[in-house]
Design a protein around this ligand. Structure first.
Ligand code: ADP
Ligand code: MG
Length: 486
């Protein structure tokens, strides 16, 4: 039997507002416990919520960017449940009437294919507080700083068919909220996390299978692992003649497995009803159009512009615009050169990205800044250093040894372009390489080209990589040709 996985994601994005969604308390990560929760966040009797207009603007921005319908009227509802970090006994969310619905987003798959994923809805809600199990043996600490933090929950259609597609979708949404500047997207701090819904069905079947929901995954790698684990687990369950049980799971990245958290609750367990303390959100066209006019350049537009303005390939442009930070880095660097867009692009995609991966850091805190990379590329463009030496300079910049110019100066890495000096090395190498010269002389002409490589290597070694490789090649080829005849 061939099985088809079906995946839908619910992504929770913390909105980067100054204050909370329904109170004036600060919305900032990392403050001392319980110093950023006011009477509203604590759920004290009589304290009344007031909607923060900034969250509406952010939700509309998001909706417009995913080509969704913006609801002219949406309603906050109470989702009732008990948890120690939810003092009110309910979470304010949106249920029947979310602010954004019926959108779509295009994702690029690893094989280059493009796929559209439907966005069912995106609704606003408040986050709950945090239970702390670690610092208090035998007790649970409650930190209510996070209570009332604004979230937008983005619910996809069950349109994904493989873990890789789900990751591509999640990355696309992550990039988009950063572009829109509605969230910092910080996954370590929980600003961007997702629930993965997974089911399987026989290939060709159109009905959906029973799904499980793995909660609160906060890294792209874990999403991929959790979904793959779930797909294999469900196939094994069904193939053993059993049924998949609809439940809520937690992913354990250490053991790389999911495990049950609770049986799946139904919507009616929550006794949703419109929050009587909050008026419906009513939005008119003028409001939407004002926001539309202020939308920043989105990834797709930027990609086009990079191709048109910088003459980059589609591949390079896609790579550079996949994240706003990378695109900004690229543009800052190019602006500090004489239009060396292609060289800057190449350095970002090769040396820089390798260094970032190796040290596992983000481009916006790269140890070689855009200005520093531009400084290096300027020295390549004006022939001060070869590409090979430039890689050495890059390594030194990465280690914090200074700017490209400093390093080239201090380490004496300036390329030798003085023909007389290069010729001297060439002559020395030829004189020292009797055996190779003999070989060269006896080789048929079509093999001689390859043998020149040995001499080039020796000359470059002699000059500690500093001789201009083009000149070395030209000089050697000419001299050897003469000697070869003799
Ligand atoms: P809930 O809030 O109870 O989790 P939703 O209706 O909001 O329920 O659906 C949550 C997510 O589950 C959506 O992203 C949806 O695409 C996905 N989903 C629904 N049914 C399935 C299924 N059978 N297999 C995989 N994903 C599913
Ligand atoms: Mg859910």
């Amino acid at each position: 039997m061939q099985w088809e996985p079906v995946i839908g994601l619910e992504i929770h994005v913390q909105l980067a507002t100054k204050s909370k969604i329904f109170s004036g308390a600060a919305n900032r990560f990392g403050a001392a416990a319980n110093t950023q929760a006011c009477a509203v966040d604590l759920g004290l009797p009589g304290a009344l919520p007031v909607t923060n207009e900034a969250v509406l603007r952010m939700a509309v921005k998001f909706g417009l960017a995913v080509d969704a319908t913006i609801a002219k009227r949406s309603v906050f509802a109470r989702k009732n449940y008990f948890y120690p970090d939810l003092p009110k006994g309910y979470q304010i969310s949106q249920y029947e009437l979310p602010i954004v619905h019926d959108g779509r987003i295009r994702i690029e798959l690893r094989d280059g294919a493009v796929k559209e994923v439907g966005i069912t809805r995106a609704h606003l809600e408040e986050d709950a507080g945090k239970s702390m199990h670690e610092d208090f043996p035998g007790f649970t600490g409650i930190d209510l700083n996070r209570a009332g933090t604004p979230l937008i929950e983005i619910v996809s259609e069950p349109d994904m068919r493989a873990a890789g597609e789900a990751v591509a979708y999640m990355k696309k949404i992550h990039s988009l909220v950063r572009y829109l500047e509605i969230s910092d997207g910080n996954m370590q701090e929980g600003s961007f996390r997702c629930d993965a819904n997974v089911s399987i069905r026989p290939k060709g079947e159109t009905k959906l299978g029973t799904r499980t929901e793995t909660k609160n995954i906060n890294s792209f790698r874990f999403v991929e692992q959790a979904i793959n684990y779930e797909i294999h687990r469900q196939i094994a369950v069904v193939e053993a003649g059993n049924e998949v049980f609809q439940e809520t799971l937690l992913f354990d990245p250490v053991k790389n497995e999911t495990r049950p958290m609770r049986s799946k609750e139904e919507a009616n367990d929550y006794r949703y009803f419109p929050d009587p303390d909050l008026p419906p959100v009513v939005i008119d066209n003028a409001y939407i159009e004002t926001i539309r006019a202020q939308l920043p350049e989105l990834p797709e537009q930027k990609r086009r512009r990079f191709m048109d303005d910088f003459g980059l390939s589609e591949y390079d442009s896609s790579y550079l615009t996949a994240s706003k930070d990378t695109a900004d880095y690229f543009e800052t660097a190019v602006a500090a050169t004489k239009g060396e867009a292609k060289l800057i692009a190449n350095w970002i995609m090769s040396e820089l990205s390798a260094a970032l991966n190796r040290d596992n850091i983000d481009i916006n805190v790269a140890r070689v800044t855009a200005e520093m990379l531009a400084g290096l590329v300027n020295r390549i463009a004006d022939n001060t250093v070869s590409n090979k030496i430039a890689r050495q300079v890059f390594g030194a910049m990465w280690r914090g040894e200074g700017s490209a110019d400093d390093i080239i100066e201090k380490q004496g890495l300036k390329q030798v372009t003085d023909t007389g000096e290069i010729e001297k090395s060439v002559d020395e190498v030829i004189a020292e390489s009797g055996a190779q010269l003999e070989q060269y002389r006896n080789a048929p002409p079509e093999k001689q080209g390859k043998l020149v490589g040995y001499f080039v290597g020796q000359v470059m070694k002699k000059s500690r990589g500093k001789a201009n490789p083009k000149q070395v090649n030209q000089l050697l080829s000419a001299k050897l040709k003469n000697l070869g005849r003799g």
